[in-house]
Write a protein that binds this ligand. Structure first.
Ligand code: ATP
Ligand code: MG
Length: 194
């Protein structure tokens, strides 16, 4: 009998996708022996209802470009094309029941798990692999999500918020996002100076 597919799932706004997203996926693959890591840009992330998020079309293109050329990374558009708010519990239910799912999260996201829609359904369907993030203690995460697999990554103090702000003041994003993502940001005029 074939063994089940072991799939990592890394969701996000990806506005833009950056180094930390790729490091998290790479580390999870190696440490948890995953066959594939699926990058899932969110359609309408409910956690970000208060802020302006780039058009899903741009976030999808950037995600596709960010993972291109890595044979075990795939970009998946099942959330971007869906109407309505994006809930992780619903998304996990769209993967085949015979797959082993590992949800890959940054510590800030994992600490927020109790506020999600149907957190118990999420924990019942997927294991959690968490990447440390500056400003978030492991205790906070474990209080919220229980025992998780901690990814052994360097602490990376970068975020989409920081990169958008950096570009708005004319700073460089080179080496913080893949070259193809940077080229896309430039040609689409994203995060332009105010
Ligand atoms: P924003 O500032 O717009 O929220 P972000 O950098 O947090 O952008 P998201 O798309 O919100 O990126 O995050 C997707 C996932 O990646 C989340 O689980 C988040 O916690 C994780 N993540 C992003 N950046 C880091 C980082 N530097 N260290 C650890 N985890 C990260
Ligand atoms: Mg975030």
């Amino acid at each position: 009998m074939l063994s089940a597919v072991r799939r990592g799932i890394l969701g996000g706004t990806f506005d833009p996708p950056h180094l930390a997203h790729l490091v998290a996926g790479e580390t999870a693959r190696r440490e948890l022996d995953l066959d594939v890591v699926t990058y899932l840009p969110a359609g309408r992330p409910w956690q970000k209802a208060g802020r302006e998020v780039s058009d899903p079309r741009h976030r999808w293109e950037m995600t596709r470009l960010a993972v291109a050329g890595v044979p075990y990374f795939v970009a998946d558009d099942r959330e971007v094309i869906r109407d309505g708010w994006t809930y992780t519990a619903d998304t996990l239910a769209t993967f085949s029941a015979d797959e082993d799912l590992v949800l890959i999260l940054g510590a800030d996201a994992a600490a927020g798990l109790p506020t999600w829609h149907q957190p118990q359904a999420v924990l019942a369907r997927a294991h959690l692999a968490v990447m440390d993030r500056p400003g978030v203690e492991r205790d906070e995460v474990e209080a919220a999500a229980g025992a998780v697999h901690w990814l052994d990554t360097p602490l990376l103090g970068i975020s989409g918020t920081l990169l958008r702000a950096r570009r708005r003041v004319g700073g460089s994003l080179r080496f913080l996002v893949p070259d193809a993502v940077l080229a896309y940001i430039e040609s689409a005029g994203l995060y332009a100076r105010d």
